[in-house]
Design a protein around this ligand. Structure first.
Ligand code: GFB
Length: 319
């Protein structure tokens, strides 16, 4: 059942993360005033007992599962057991409790790394499980694939209205700017800013610069999530019979081109040193967004504008 009422109770799991904070802002803008929010300290989603107690006492009507252990290419490689294990625990507990407590619709956040490394571009939802995964993030990918397939299984066996959205690489205000665990866009933004302000004027860019990535502004992703929650089930399943929807910007660029765009928007002029001892990861992962476009949603924020907004936030929060 889709979201219609401003008093519907909506549990946003992971509301302090990059997407979670954008979701809370977007839901409030849309007039939803009954949001259930718990920090990690208040509710450890890796603990099944705590998750069950929370669902039994609060009985959320709608759930957005945006809580996950996430990170960039190096963090995925360094902490494979956490990326696989923590994500499996979180999603198993939440999906099970949501099903048992009659949640009306749940939105599960997948990722475009669930698709095979050599999937045809742009990648369609039907590419799921059609070939081998990229090695640098297969731990995380296996966990997310399990979540997507579990949502499909719960729908099939129990009729649960659980929908999955596959987010491309997100960026925006509140992102992780830590240089060892972050994704590429915030890492390069910070490196350029610090090199520019310190007068050092050179930055290290991991890999060859040739991999291509698609970037989506976090507030656009939040907008897509609310749009999907508000879409009637029959429309949604007509377009997405497997209840999977890719969410992307619609085009991609190489890491070298991303550096040029960042420099342009940020007004920096640094030399780039490509560090080929670091992995490139998947060569390309552009998603096919035609399902969501058919339903009537398209990302409104250009990469240039999104970078501008993110940089303004970065300068105000981390000067
Ligand atoms: O964003 P990123 O860490 O992860 O890296 P993925 C994207 C590309 O940017 C890789 C290069 O080719 C990196 O080598 N890169 C260049 C850098 N300089 C840097 C830098 O300073 N920091 C970082 N982090 N990268 C992630 C997955 O894959 O995508 C996650 O690891 C998830 O599990 C996420 O799926 C959406 O795009 O390769």
């Amino acid at each position: 059942m889709h979201l219609t009422h401003p008093d519907a109770s909506i549990y946003v799991a992971g509301h302090r993360g990059l997407l979670g904070r954008a979701l809370v802002k977007k839901l409030r803008t849309h007039g939803y005033r009954n949001l259930l929010l718990r920090t990690r300290e208040e509710l450890d989603l890796r603990c099944q007992h705590s998750v069950n107690s929370f669902f039994e006492s609060e009985r959320p009507e709608f759930v957005i599962l945006a809580a996950a252990r996430v990170g960039g290419i190096l963090a995925n490689d360094r902490y494979p057991a956490d990326f696989l294990g923590d994500n499996l625990l979180i999603q198993n507990h939440v999906l099970d409790a949501a099903r048992k407590n009659g949640v009306k619709r749940l939105l599960f956040l997948g990722s475009t790394c669930i698709y095979p490394r050599e999937a045809e571009q742009p990648m369609q939802e039907t590419a799921l499980l059609s070939g081998p995964l990229e090695v640098t993030n297969r731990w995380y990918a296996v966990a997310k694939i399990t979540g997507v397939v579990q949502c499909q299984a719960l729908r099939r066996q129990h009729g649960s209205d659980f929908v999955t959205v596959m987010a491309t690489n997100l960026y925006g205000p509140g992102d992780n700017f830590d240089l060892t665990s972050s994704h590429v866009l915030p890492a390069l933004m910070r490196k350029l800013h610090e090199a520019h302000t310190s007068g050092q004027k050179r930055i290290s860019v991991w890999g060859s610069g040739s991999p291509r990535r698609e970037f989506l502004y976090s507030e656009d992703m939040a907008d897509a999530c609310v749009f999907v929650l508000e879409t009637p089930e029959e429309h949604l399943l007509h377009v997405a019979p497997d209840s999977m929807l890719n969410v992307g910007y619609g085009n991609d660029l190489s890491i070298r081109e991303l550096c040029d765009l960042l420099q342009n928007v940020m007004g920096t002029d640094c030399a780039l040193d490509f560090d080929r001892s670091k992995p490139d990861g998947t060569p390309r992962k552009l998603v096919d967004v035609s399902r969501l476009m058919k339903l009537g949603w398209k990302a409104p924020t250009s990469l240039q504008d999104g970078i501008q907004k993110t940089y303004a936030w970065y300068k105000s929060e981390c000067p």
